[in-house]
Design a protein around this ligand. Structure first.
Ligand code: FAD
Ligand code: NAI
Length: 468
């Protein structure tokens, strides 16, 4: 790259927010460059997030099926042996294939890619520090998509060996005998499940009196019972006040969240999964007058910061820290810059926890509707009454639909069950189109499918289920 070049758009960060925006901007005819310091495109999601965790969830699920449920299907595989090295290598291969794929897409669409650290000098200038030295990019617009980093807690220092973050939990070289997971949210439950399936004794210590904050409370309570049956132990309403690393164990000090007597818990490995925080280190925000709020960059409805010409998307701005939300925002910004309309409907951003069963949610929870004083109806249908779920031997879970009491419009859908993350998209389409529960119930669903449980839950809203 020459010392100074001019672009229409400089994007800092090549994760789901940044790389997707880059491709769409290039498709829209904008001369676009994407800078990422990681050395591999795809950001947190592809490198140390969504994809490696889902690869391990899949492999560990196969392992669990081979060790526990194949026998129910009349398949005797004898003694099953875990080859963790192969499992981890497969995960790395999946990641490499996808990150290389983005580089290919950049070439295809003519996005310039620079490996380096970007710093905003002024609204028209970004300085990039690369292995080969510094260069300056001139631009009409800048998009910040620098994502997030692991949140930490006092007195629990992550070393990525004994006290690990999600990143360390994707590369543990052996299955620990025991693992204490601090935080019962997305990462704690997904990666806790991976290592539990592979043989670790997993205890989740959660500050709140429930797991999965933000999800519908009924689903969260039922999920906890299922995870307990699978062997995970929960310590709810409990806070961690310190951690001491010894030669062969880590001692965690915990106490009731409301205060009380402290207690020590010994474990081989501690996974810290208490959330993520926006990442803006070294970006030069203060120089251009952008102030963060609780670390997040405030933006308007076009994702523009208070400085004209500087935009931001993804984990670095307020909202759920999810890859598809970042991607959607990236597309909307790239279209906006090309003069095209677009918006993100935050009421219909689905959330999926990829445990087994999966837990998927869209729209309002029952608690949110109560708090808002919205009159609603509920329809529920358990997978134990769904013929496909019974055929595949996965009877745990349910579909729960919340609809407006008067208009019958669907306000929220919560699914816990096999492949709930795929099924939730029926609810997404329905809600985006403003459908009523009756309209879902009227649609002819294929038989036998798991989605018939969605139809039955919609029928249940009007107390007209057929199979229950
Ligand atoms: P990021 O993906 O964090 O990308 C930001 C990029 O910017 C990084 O590559 C970083 O190196 C780069 N960068 C930062 N500063 C600079 C700079 N100054 N110069 C150059 N480059 C810079 N979400 C889901 O929707 N589904 C999932 O299944 C899921 N699983 C997850 C599992 C784990 C273990 C974790 C940790 C997260 C998971 N997430 C999941 C969340 C998801 O990864 C994030 O929401 C998503 O990656 C956010 O995208 P982003 O583009 O905003 O930021
Ligand atoms: P999280 O916000 O999902 O869960 C953190 C949990 O830790 C909460 O239950 C919280 O109450 C608890 N907690 C906070 N401080 C605590 C403390 N001191 N002691 C005990 N518990 C404490 O955060 P997590 O799991 O770290 O994941 C970060 C983010 O990454 C998620 O919020 C999500 O946005 C994203 N993610 C998404 C995934 C998906 O879409 N499937 C998978 C993994 C991560």
């Amino acid at each position: 790259m020459s010392q100074e070049q001019r672009f229409d758009l400089v994007i800092i960060g090549g994760g789901p927010g940044g790389y997707v925006a880059a491709i769409r901007a290039a498709q829209n005819g904008l001369k676009t460059v994407c800078i990422d310091k990681r050395g591999r495109l795809g950001g947190t999601c592809l490198n140390v997030g969504c994809i490696p965790s889902k690869a391990l969830l899949e492999s560990s699920h196969h392992y669990e099926e081979a060790t526990h449920s194949f026998v129910d299907h009349g398949i005797d595989v004898g003694k099953v042996k875990l080859n963790l090295d192969t499992m981890l290598a497969r995960k790395d291969e999946v990641v490499a294939g996808l990150t290389d794929g983005i580089e290919g897409l950049f070439k295809k669409y003519g996005v310039e890619y620079v490996v380096g650290t970007g710093r905003i000098v002024d609204p028209e200038t970004v300085e990039v520090e690369t292995a080969g030295g510094k260069s300056t990019l001139k631009t009409d617009t800048i998009l910040i998509a620098t994502g997030s980093e692991v949140a930490t807690i006092p007195n629990v220092d992550i070393d990525e060996e004994r006290i690990i973050s999600s990143t360390g939990a994707l590369t543990l070289p052996k299955v620990p005998k025991s693992m204490i997971v601090i935080g019962g949210g997305y990462i704690g439950l997904e990666l806790g499940s991976v290592w539990r399936r592979l043989g670790a004794e997993v205890t989740v210590v959660e500050f709140l009196d429930r797991i999965m904050p933000g999800m519908d409370v009924e689903i969260s309570r039922r999920a906890k019972v299922i995870f307990e049956k699978q062997g995970i132990t929960f310590r709810l309403g409990t806070k961690v006040t310190g951690a001491k690393v010894h030669k062969s164990k880590v001692t965690l000090t915990i106490e009731p969240a409301a205060g009380g007597t402290a207690e020590n818990l010994d474990t081989e490995v501690v996974l810290v999964s208490v959330g993520r925080r926006p990442y803006t280190e070294g970006l030069g925000l203060e120089k251009v007058g952008i102030e963060t709020e609780r670390g997040f960059i405030p933006v308007d409805r076009h994702f523009q910061t208070k400085v004209p010409g500087i935009f931001a998307v993804g984990d670095v701005i307020p909202g759920p820290m999810l890859a598809h939300k970042a991607e959607h925002e990236g597309v909307v910004v790239a279209d906006y810059l090309a003069g095209e309309p677009g918006h993100v409907n935050y009421d219909t951003v689905p959330g999926v926890i990829y445990t087994w069963p999966e837990i998927a949610s869209i729209g309002k929870t029952e608690e949110q509707l109560k708090a808002a004083g919205t009159a609603y109806k509920v329809g529920k249908f358990p997978f134990s009454a769904n013929s496909r779920a019974r055929s595949i031997g996965e009877k745990d879970g349910l579909v729960k639909i919340l609809a407006d009491k008067d208009s019958d419009r669907v306000l929220g859908v919560h699914i816990m069950g096999p492949d709930a993350g795929t099924m939730i998209h029926e609810a997404l389409a329905a809600m985006e189109l403003g459908a009523t529960a009756h309209e879902i119930a009227e649609m002819c669903h294929a038989h036998p499918t798991l989605n018939e449980a969605v139809k039955e839950a919609a029928l249940a809203v009007a107390k007209r289920t057929i199979n229950m």
